[in-house]
Design a protein around this ligand. Structure first.
Ligand code: PLZ
Length: 450
């Protein structure tokens, strides 16, 4: 490990935990890389921050010019254990030196089995479970739908307003928002139906009322006899960190169970201690039939999983599930190290502490700034929704300006929301209190200027 801390370009927790802007932004080194990006990388792949990252760890990301940004995004809820976590880096290096790939469909290896065992143990419910591993959240979602269709012998799938499930063809169909995710990319997969979700701040409905509204539409427009699965993010992520009203999820799960419909919880963004518990389903008292995971699972390495009831998972014919890289050994080694960190470093407890700070600070800003219409979330998955105080209408322009201003001042914050009017906070769970407070000072200062 000593070699890790002596190389100035290496990241991890030994990086100075400070906000430090030492050049204009982007600095000359970043600018040169961004110019080459424009010439070499497809225009459709764009980047929110005008910097080229070279190292990251703890609560900071350092760019090619030596600027140090406070990270309130974790690469979209991925590096929850901290970027370049020493145990993850070591596990990756050790595994890469031993064997990088066999293809699990050709010759299996223990680490895949260990990750499956860990997911079976950690996902909600103590029933008999099985897991299959893939490369991305979208791929996990696709496979969950394939599995549910095989098990039920039915085809239709229900997704919700504000949903985000990915960018592949089937998952684009499941994703609700047109721009930027779907525009011009159709035709989309058939047999995907959308129903209203629970969005307490905007619909004012109780959980049972919102559930009744969704279930009524399912019964009228699709029919349980045709429905293989209902898929939902227990807290909607890209849609705006929307926490459903109490009872909504419970009633949807109960209806699924009574009607031979597979309930899939997409915990790609909410999973792995992000919300204060290993999975957020626990907090709503629900036990999903299938759970999709990715993002935080492997400390930054690409890995995803579908975990669920043994009888559902095992309904698929032999060789029906797979893919060249699914459950890659280097990614599995990273996942085992990351999962160990979640469990032994009490990162769930840490997420709750960070959430307290975030909510307290945002509530204080809101006292004098009525443009913050709602503050919501769980653990270290917290958001503020901005509105026009006179009308309550979404105010996306403020959010765009605020994120850009924070970036210039050395803080990475992400936006989201069906209406693009939400600032979301997803700090690495290992960020220090002081650094988080510094970042929130910046957010408060920059907001005041808008
Ligand atoms: N399900 C709940 O949040 C990914 C998308 C960023 P992949 N969210 C970030 C973007 O604009 O592409 C996500 C998610 C939920 C599925 C996915 C998809 O996961 O690993 O990006 O495929």
């Amino acid at each position: 490990m000593t070699t890790l801390s002596t190389d100035p370009l290496l990241g991890g927790p030994t990086l100075p935990q400070e906000r430090r802007i030492v050049t204009e932004l982007p600095g000359p080194a970043s600018r040169a890389i961004l110019e080459r990006q424009r010439a070499a990388v497809a225009a459709g792949v764009s980047s929110a921050m005008p910097i080229a990252a070279v190292a990251a760890g703890g609560g900071v990301v350092v760019d090619a010019d030596g600027n140090s940004f406070i990270d309130l995004g974790s690469g979209i809820a991925v590096t929850s254990v901290g970027n370049a976590h020493p145990a993850v880096a070591e596990a990756v290096a050790a595994q890469a030196a031993r064997l990088t790939h066999t293809c699990f469909m050709i010759s299996p290896y223990e680490s895949y089995v260990q990750v499956a065992e860990a997911l079976n143990r950690l996902t909600p419910g103590d029933h008999d479970k099985r897991t299959a591993l893939f490369n991305s959240g979208a791929e996990a979602v696709e496979n969950a739908v394939k599995i549910a269709r095989t098990y039920t012998g039915k085809q239709a799938v229900v997704a919700f307003d504000n949903a985000y499930h990915g960018r592949t063809n089937l998952t684009m169909a499941l994703t609700a928002k047109n721009r930027p995710y779907k525009h011009g990319f159709g035709p989309f997969a058939p047999e995907v139906h959308r129903v209203p979700a629970s969005y307490p701040f905007r619909d004012g409905l109780s959980g049972p009322e919102a559930a009744r509204r969704a279930i009524e539409q399912i019964e009228i427009q699709i029919g349980a006899d045709n429905l293989a699965a209902v898929i939902i993010e227990p807290i909607q992520g890209e849609g705006g960190f929307i926490v459903p009203a109490d009872g909504f999820l419970e009633q949807v799960v109960a209806w699924c169970r009574a009607n031979d419909v597979v309930f899939i919880a997409d915990e790609v963004q909410t999973g792995f201690c992000r919300t204060g518990t290993m999975f957020v389903s626990e907090q709503f008292g629900i036990v999903p039939d299938l759970v999709t995971t990715a993002k935080g699972i492997a400390g930054g390495m690409p890995l995803a999983g579908v975990t669920g009831r043994a009888e559902i998972m095992d309904s698929v014919h032999a060789s029906g599930l797979g893919g060249t890289y699914g459950g890659n050994p280097v990614a599995c080694a990273a996942a085992l190290a990351a999962i160990d960190a979640y469990e032994t470093e009490d990162l769930g407890g840490r997420a709750n502490r960070l959430g307290e700070i975030l909510v307290e600070r945002l509530a204080a800003i809101r006292q004098t700034d009525p443009r913050i219409g709602d503050i919501r979330g769980r653990g270290a998955m917290i958001a503020a929704e901005f509105v026009d105080p006179a009308t309550g209408d979404p105010a996306p322009a403020i959010v765009k300006e605020l994120a850009a201003a924070c970036a210039r001042a050395g803080v990475i914050v992400l936006t989201c929301g069906t209406y693009g009017n939400v600032i979301r906070f997803l700090p690495p769970l290992v960020i220090g209190d002081e650094l988080l407070h510094d970042a929130l000072d910046v957010v408060a200062d920059e907001l005041q200027k808008i």
